[in-house]
Design a protein around this ligand. Structure first.
Ligand SMILES: *Cc1c(COP(=O)(O)O)cnc(C)c1O
Length: 449
């Protein structure tokens, strides 16, 4: 593995004004100089609306199965979707605490409360497993597109899928989503867990018959080991979080669903009403996929920001230096240790970094201390409990509205934002056991001001 010499690091320090702060683990707000107008950016990728539509239709085909296999989704007819809610009390609390007026309305997208696996991974992870299952069933003439997919919920299908296995590397939540759906379909599942993975996530998976292998190393290592083991077994399908087009598209479906939710709340998004979205980022697939879907729909009217822990700013380093996956946080002396386990990733996905570079507006970093403070505040003001990773985007509207962020100075955004909307993407939390959540809340109580 490559590490960088001091002279190269010195060069970056001179070239990129925020580089020093990133390396010193200070919180930063970085505006992406490589962002392009939508019509230019979209020409640089091979992915299109048709790919997202294909994913959306596949999820629709599977809806009867999902409703049967996971009765908690009956009320949404087998569609795995989360609420979009206004959080006025939290907005006020943010304004008071950070002494910063937030222009525009603030909403929370509660992927924390997605059914089946309680995190944003219930989008991409479940989608990729379903797509693989559909492909196998079609190839073996067990299925045609016109069938009622609830036949997947049968002993015949389960025994067929039991000849195959699925493997994945994860810091916790991806393993949870893939483990739950794949085991339900009848696959053998192996989840390679990085040292960050919480005990309750491993316990829950084991209780469902999933084979959990634990590593002392971080996420990149867990993925690599999983990939190597899976390659040796022709009946094993490896879900590659660092390179997966299917995961990305599964996440992207969120956008058309969100559009409908905004319409229902009569919240416009257009030239005069910009939308700002803040997404916690680990390897990049989740936030990248969602942001890509949003860009396809709202184009230059949506502004997407990623949020990362100060100890794991992998996407920020990859984009700032233009090295994408060829730089890790460890290369510049950072430890990749954070309580935001969903974001504890040292090296970004190269595919996502390259695809999203012309689309995203910026990236900011948040300390763990801050995450706990925000966790407690959201619980106190709105009664919503999230896991630490899911709070990373919460500070976004404050940072954006501060004049020194610079972002609002262009395109008359400073005026337009008053009628605009901020959406904080809350990426996980509803499955956290109560005792663990109590500990998180306690940490918020004792967090430094
Ligand atoms: C995985 C995860 C993310 C980030 O998704 P990536 O695809 O890794 O970038 C954010 N929040 C939570 C809670 C997660 O589990």
């Amino acid at each position: 593995m490559k590490t960088f010499n001091d002279s190269l690091i010195q060069l970056w320090k001179n070239r990129y004004p925020l580089f020093n702060k990133v390396v010193a683990m200070e919180e930063v707000f970085w505006v992406n100089p490589a962002i392009q107008p939508f019509q230019t950016a979209i020409k640089k990728t091979s992915l299109s609306e048709l790919d997202v539509k294909d994913a959306e239709e596949r999820l629709q085909r599977f809806a009867p199965y999902i409703a049967k296999a996971f009765p908690e989704t009956i009320k949404t007819n087998g569609i795995i979707e989360s609420p979009l809610v206004k959080i006025p009390a939290m907005k006020q609390s943010l304004e008071n605490d950070y002494r910063q007026t937030i222009l525009g309305e603030v909403l929370l997208k509660c992927d924390s409360h997605l059914p089946i696996s309680g995190s944003i991974k219930a989008r991409g992870g479940i989608y990729e497993v379903l797509k693989f299952a559909e492909k196998l069933a079609l190839e073996h003439n067990l299925l045609s597109f016109e069938d009622d997919y609830s036949i997947f919920n049968s002993e015949q299908f389960q025994s067929f899928f039991s000849k195959y296995s699925i493997a994945v590397g994860s810091t916790g939540n991806l393993g949870l989503s893939i483990g739950i759906i794949a085991a339900k379909l009848g696959f053998h599942v192996t989840v390679h867990m990085s040292h960050d993975a919480k005990q309750w996530k491993k316990d829950l998976l084991r209780s469902k018959g999933v084979h959990v292998i634990e590593y002392e190393a971080d996420y990149s290592k867990a993925v690599e080991s999983g990939r190597i083991q899976a390659e040796q077994d022709p009946y094993c399908y490896f879900i590659d979080d660092e390179n997966s087009r299917d995961l990305f598209l599964g996440y992207a479906v969120a956008a058309s669903r969100l559009k409908k939710q905004l319409e229902k709340l009569q919240i416009p998004v257009d030239e005069e009403h910009p939308l700002f979205v803040y997404l916690p980022c680990g390897v990049g697939g989740g936030p990248g996929g969602v942001a890509f879907g949003l860009k396809l729909i709202f184009k230059d009217q949506v502004h997407c920001f990623f949020a990362e822990p100060t100890h794991s700013p992998c996407m920020l380093l990859g984009l700032m230096t233009g090295l994408y996956e060829n730089i890790s946080v460890q290369d510049v002396g950072l430890d990749n240790l954070t309580d935001a386990d969903g974001l504890a990733v040292g090296r970004p996905s190269g595919v996502v970094a390259r695809t999203m570079e012309p689309f995203i507006s910026g990236i900011f970093t948040v300390s763990d201390n801050q995450l706990y403070k925000l966790l407690k505040r959201l619980a106190d003001t709105e009664g919503i409990f999230l896991e630490p990773s899911a709070l990373a985007g919460m500070i976004g509207p404050v940072l954006l509205c501060r004049n020194d962020s610079g972002y609002l100075l262009k395109d008359q955004l400073m005026e337009k934002i008053k009628k605009g909307t901020h959406i904080i993407w809350a990426t996980g939390g509803s499955m956290v056991p109560e005792a663990v959540m109590k500990e998180y809340y306690q940490k918020g109580l004792s967090a430094k001001e």
